[in-house]
Design a protein around this ligand. Sequence first.
Ligand code: AMP
Length: 604
Amino acid sequence: MSTDPAADLPFYYGSISRSEAEQHLKLAGMADGLFLLRRCIRSLGGYVLSFVFNLEFYHYSIEKQLNGTYCIIGGKAHCGPAELCEFYSNDPDGLECALRKPCLRSLDTPIRPGIFDSLRDNLLREYVKQNWNLEGEAMEQAIISQAPQLEKLVATTAHEQMPWYHGKIPRQEGERRLYCGAQPDGKFLLRERDQLGTFALSMMYGKTVYHYQILQDKSGKYSIPEGHKFDTVWQLVEYLKMKRDGLVTVLGEACVNSQAAEKAPSLPATRRSGTNGYTPPPRASVESSNSTDSPLCEDSEGQGMDSNPYHNPNEVKKFNIQRNLLLIDELELGSGNFGCVKKGILNTKAGQIDVAIKVLKSDNEKLVKEEMMREAEIMYQLNNLYIVRMLGLCNAENLMLVMEMASAGPLNKFLSSKKDSISVANITLLMHQVSMGMKYLEEKNFVHRDLAARNVLLVNQKFAKISDFGLSKALGADDNYYKARTAGKWPLKWYAPECIKFRKFSSKSDVWSFGITMWEAFSYGGKPYKKMKGPEVMHFIEDGNRMECPAACPENVYTLMKECWTYSHEDRPDFKKVEKSMKSHHQSMLKQSGGAAAAAEPVK
Ligand code: AMP
């Protein structure tokens, strides 16, 4: 999940410094356009392109954008660092010259891992285990699903694992620890400041301790007063080990927190207040050793959400999302009669996350508004990995339902556009996930009533989530079906006979729809019942007919499909059984293919 997309590039050096990059370029001859790529220490996931022109060195930062693309500031976006370098090899597009010759790593120069690289995977796993209570495959799925956000989240707390981090200790205690033992220039520690949730760097120089306040700007970046800005505290510290950047000297030996070293590393369950990225820039100050910690400005903007919904989905609250925390993109992901679904970014305490926003058209009638509220009401009660989560409602220029993003879109469209590259085992994996989500709904006594491939959204090729709860109902404790008062604009081809004949909906009628969804998936987004109209389908079913096995579908999977289409709902399997079958089909496919074909691997 956290594979470095530049890892295969022969001119990529990993986390080397600027001067080391220049040294490599020098040794390789200083030709115009000679270039290499290295990790950027300042921005998460970013790189630096270093190249030579006219015997001079140039270093351009490549930023990783929130949508996962990479660009040199002001330049075009590219889907990966390799594509970006290829682009600038053909067109300088504002650089001093085009990239001409890669400065290749020699065999005895391995890619240098960054300090976070070696921590990242463990931190991600530990985080998901602790906060989301997941293990095994579910944990891997969660990590794949939320990789960019999670990575950002753990990166922003990774300093807590560092030996130089001393947690919340008063300034005097920091000084005491620094004066303990040898006192070389540059010896340092990082501490959290009392009550304020901000940080201070305490360092030794000339046998005196200096304290520097670490500032955080509106976008959440850290810096020392008038210094460079960094995405995380540990990146700032790493940089200050190389450059003074305004300190009395560069950071040297870490003053090791012996107390932290004794206990096993763990991640905090919740982020502390004040480190949320919305703190207005506090007054820049270098504190002398005998001043007291100065209070910062009050956080006036970070009050909109009391918790980050990604941080612990178990604690998703029915909060109202403040409009100023939401950035709405022009890009429409889809539309319906309520309005449209737009891409957006939600600012949370732990950083920014991609979201999908269902925007109700402002001229929409009261009825549609109520429908959307009902949908939100249902989604609010659901909490499952395979169900699109609602993050909140925002009532501003329009009523907006903010949901987690499933950026690869609806299953039917995805499969029909990738007929040649998606294996049957992969489809089985996805449908098993859908069955897990549906089993959860069944257990919670909810009926979906609109399960169809168009309403299964993909986070990526190997991760599906059920969406669109517009028609869903919570059943009463003693009810096992919902009876619609009148028939509406219904997706008849997906409906079981009892829905159409008696307007009776239950988890068993969702099982029928699951069978149709399976058929759509295994026929790579095909349209069920070809050109037949709804009423014709009804006769077709009543006459005992069923759709044929899709060409790519294994016979045993088709058998399950047909079981889902058992006429009498009493004889139809429930999701508990369907899920079990899907699981065994998926597992036997994995065994046949040696585990490789559809294992829940990250998709780059
Ligand atoms: P809906 O009315 O819920 O079916 O949404 C209409 C369309 O918007 C869907 O078919 C998707 O293309 C898109 N969409 C809805 N929700 C999301 C989401 N959470 N993530 C990504 N796209 C979405």
